[in-house]
Ligand binder design. Structure first.
Ligand SMILES: [Zn+2]
Length: 273
């Protein structure tokens, strides 16, 4: 699933393809992906709208339109936004097509079909997940004190805690495992067993792994690509994710995989306490 660095790369790569372009027509092939309004109304209201910018919050993309409206998109597992010349064939797994002014069209492709889109701002409908997002890893508001305060009175395991988008926006399985490794904390540690020092180490680690992911244009394992169809390079730099049974790059112990919060979680039994 694309996480903060991957979605940010999609945002950056989309900008030159859509900003200033007008939507001439929208074709929705998979009605269930439109959260709001009804798919026909969604398509009709977008006709003639012009893109003014692209923003990101957590793992959400916000394609801004004139008059204060935007298309809210969550790519979920395998969603992608691809800009292609009008002369090129439509990409496989196209679920929605934006026919734009100019030389290119924009395609929302999705193999697993969990991706969603909504038109926001025309009425009072708002997406709860988007509205409830916590601070971003690189926000000044994300401090060890903030996380400690949020954890007060809770007994959740730390991995579930940092995956909770209302606490912290943008982390998914890859960057959560990487941050916990960098901080030396096991994914199963209860948040009420975290010291002040642990929170400091974890906050720094979260910032570091996200920065590194951004620098390498995201992590591609299977499906993730940006609007130009490019993949990210960050998988080369990962320490634990997808490395079950392989030696820890720090100590040589074999990495273990367990299920935490319903997700496969890889950690080093020697480096992470
Ligand atoms: Zn180790």
């Amino acid at each position: 699933m694309p996480e903060l660095p991957e979605v940010e790369q999609v945002r950056i790569s989309l900008l030159p393809h859509i900003v200033g372009k007008t939507i001439e027509k929208v074709r929705v092939d998979l009605p269930k992906m439109i959260l709001h309004p009804e798919p026909e109304i969604f398509a009709r209201q977008l006709q003639g709208a012009r893109f003014t910018g692209v923003q990101r919050r957590g793992k959400y993309l916000r394609l801004d339109l004139e008059k204060g409206c935007w298309i809210l998109i969550h790519l979920r597992m395998t969603g992608a936004l691809l800009a292609l010349p009008k002369t090129a064939p439509e990409p496989p797994f196209t679920r929605m097509a934006f026919f734009l002014s100019g030389e290119e069209n924009l395609y929302f492709t999705d193999i697993r079909t969990f991706g969603v889109a909504a038109l926001v701002g025309e009425d009072s409908w708002r997406d709860k997940g988007y509205e409830g997002l916590g601070p971003e890893p690189l926000d000044p508001g994300l401090t060890p004190g903030y996380l400690r305060e949020k954890a007060r009175g809770k007994t959740a395991v730390v991995k579930a805690f940092i995956l909770d988008q209302t606490i912290l926006a943008g982390l998914g399985n890859i960057y959560a495992d990487e941050a916990l490794f960098a901080a030396g904390i096991r994914p199963t540690r209860r948040v009420n067993r975290m010291t002040r020092k642990d929170w400091e180490a974890l906050t720094l680690a979260i910032r570091d792994v996200i920065r590194q992911g951004l620098e390498h244009h995201g992590t591609t394992f299977r499906n993730y690509q940006d609007a130009d169809g490019n993949m990210g390079d960050n998988s080369l730099y990962l320490q634990v994710y997808h490395r079950k049974g392989r030696p820890c790059k720090r100590c040589g112990a074999l990495l273990k995989q367990i299920k935490v919060a319903g997700r496969g979680s890889v950690y080093c039994p020697h480096c992470q306490k």
